[in-house]
Design a protein around this ligand. Structure first.
Ligand code: PMP
Ligand code: GLN
Length: 383
C-alpha cells in the first residue's frame, strides 16, 4: 500500500455530509447548491447524449468548449488566450489542480501555500514529493502577512498556490496583494497555480486574476469550474488556461489521469460560458442575498460572523456559543442537537504542522432562502 494515500482521512465534506444524512440535518457543510443550474444547459447535455455524443472527447477538450473558455477569459479578465494551445478541459477543478501540480512539481520542490486552504492541495503536493511552505492568514481580516509570505519564497520555490475568491475564508485578494505576490513570483522565477473556481461569486470587490498582471501571463495556471459557475457540482467539468508550453504539460498529466471529460457536459458548459454577462451578475446577486440572510441570521443567534467578500462560504466564530467545545465537537453537536451541519474550519489547516484555530466553523450559503431561514430558526431554538 501507498502509506501516504492509505493514511489520509476521508474528507471532512464526506464525513459531515454523512453525519447530516444520519441526523436528518440541514446540510450547510459541503458546498453544493440545492437548486439546479440553468435548464437550457441540462437540455443541451441531455440532447447531446441522445444525439450520439457518447465517445471519447478530444484529449484537451471539445473545440467549442476551449473556444468558450478562451472567450470568457478575454471577456471577464481581459486575458486573451489561444483556444487551441492554451486551454485544457478537465474533470472538475479537482483534476485541474492535480494535473497542474503534476505538471510542475518534482521531488524537493517547495510550494508556497496559504492557510486556511482547500483540502486537496496538501496531499497532492506531498504525494509528488513537494515540500509545502505554509503561510497563515489570521481571522477575522485574513490579511496577507507580507513579511511571512516573502520569507516563504526561496531558491527552491517552484510555485505558489493562490485561491481567490478564497475557500473557506470568503476573502477576495486585492489588487495590491496580487501585485505583491506577482513581484515575488517574478523575483524568484516561479509559477502560480491560481484556483479561481469562485471567480463569478463576488459581492462588491471585483475578482482579479493574478494572470492579468504584468509578466504573469507566462507564469500562471488559471483554473475554473463549471460546478461553481453554473451550479452543477456533480458534472465535474473544469478548465485550465496557461501559456502553451505549460498547458501542454498539464495536458500530459491529464492524459494519464482521465484522458478526456464527458462530451455532452462539455457541450453544455460551452453554451453556458457563452451566456450574456447578465447571467453571471445575477448568479452573484442571488448568492449575495443568500449570504446576507445567513450572515444576519447567524449574528442574531450569537455567532461571531466574519465578513465574506466572495465564494459561497461564510465563517463564524463559535466562542460565544460553544461552551468550550472545539470546532469539531461543536459541529457534531450542532448536527445532532440543532439539526444544522457545518464544517469545522480546522480541516482547512495542515494536520502535520502547527496548531489550527479551533474556534471557527464554515457555513455554505448556496441554498434556497427558505432553507437558510429554517437553519437559522433551528439554531435559535437550540441555543
Ligand atoms: N478548489 C476550491 C477552492 C473549491 O472550493 C473546490 C470545490 N469545493 C474545488 C477546487 C474543486 O472543484 P470541482 O468540484 O470543479 O472539482
Ligand atoms: N468544494 C466543496 C467545499 O469546499 C466540497 C467538494 C468536495 O466535497 N470534494 O465544500
Amino acid at each position: 500500500l501507498n502509506r501516504q494515500i492509505a493514511n489520509q482521512p476521508v474528507t471532512i465534506f464526506t464525513l459531515m455530509s454523512e453525519l447530516a444524512r444520519k441526523h436528518n440535518a440541514i446540510n450547510l457543510g459541503q458546498g453544493f447548491p440545492d437548486t439546479e443550474g440553468p435548464q437550457d444547459m441540462v437540455q443541451l447535455a441531455a440532447d447531446a447524449l441522445l444525439d450520439g455524443r457518447n465517445q471519447y472527447a478530444p484529449l484537451t477538450g471539445l473545440p467549442e468548449l476551449r473556444a468558450a473558455v478562451a472567450d470568457a477569459s478575454a471577456r471577464f479578465q481581459n486575458i486573451p488566450v489561444d483556444a487551441e494551445s492554451e486551454v485544457v478541459v478537465t474533470s472538475g477543478a479537482t483534476e485541474a489542480l492535480a494535473a497542474s501540480f503534476m505538471a510542475l512539481i518534482e521531488p524537493g520542490d517547495e510550494v508556497v501555500l496559504i492557510e486556511p486552504l482547500y483540502d486537496t492541495y496538501l496531499p497532492i503536493v506531498r504525494q509528488l514529493g513537494g515540500i509545502p511552505r505554509l503561510v497563515r492568514l489570521e481571522a477575522p481580516d485574513w490579511e496577507l502577512p507580507r513579511e511571512a509570505l516573502k520569507n516563504a519564497f526561496g531558491p527552491r520555490t517552484k510555485a505558489i498556490v493562490l485561491n481567490t475568491p478564497m475557500n473557506p475564508t470568503g476573502k477576495v485578494f486585492t489588487a495590491e496583494e496580487l501585485a505583491f505576490i506577482a513581484d515575488l513570483v517574478r523575483q524568484h522565477d516561479t509559477y502560480a497555480i491560481c484556483d479561481e473556481v469562485y471567480e463569478h461569486l463576488v459581492f462588491g470587490a471585483p475578482h482579479l486574476s493574478l494572470m492579468a498582471l504584468p509578466d504573469m501571463r507566462e507564469r500562471c495556471i488559471r483554473i475554473g469550474s463549471a460546478g461553481k459557475s453554473f451550479s452543477f457540482t456533480g458534472w465535474k467539468v473544469g478548465y485550465v488556461t496557461a501559456p502553451a508550453p505549460l498547458a501542454a504539460v498539464v495536458a500530459k498529466a491529464h492524459q494519464n489521469l482521465v484522458f478526456a471529460t464527458a462530451p455532452n457536459l462539455q457541450r453544455a458548459v460551452a453554451f453556458g460560458l457563452n451566456k450574456d454577462t447578465a447571467y453571471f451578475t445575477q448568479l452573484a446577486q442571488e448568492m449575495d442575498t443568500k449570504r446576507q440572510i445567513l450572515s444576519a441570521g447567524l449574528a442574531r443567534v450569537g455567532f461571531g460572523v466574519l465578513p465574506c467578500q466572495g465564494s459561497y462560504f461564510v465563517m463564524a466564530d463559535i466562542t460565544p456559543l460553544a461552551k468550550g467545545l472545539d470546532d469539531m465537537a461543536f459541529s457534531r453537536l450542532l448536527t445532532e442537537q440543532a439539526g444544522v451541519t457545518t464544517i469545522p474550519a480546522s480541516a482547512f489547516y495542515d494536520a502535520q504542522s502547527g496548531t489550527p484555530p479551533r474556534n471557527l466553523i464554515r457555513f455554505a450559503f448556496c441554498k434556497r432562502e427558505e432553507v437558510l431561514i429554517e437553519a437559522v430558526a433551528r439554531l435559535e431554538q437550540w441555543k
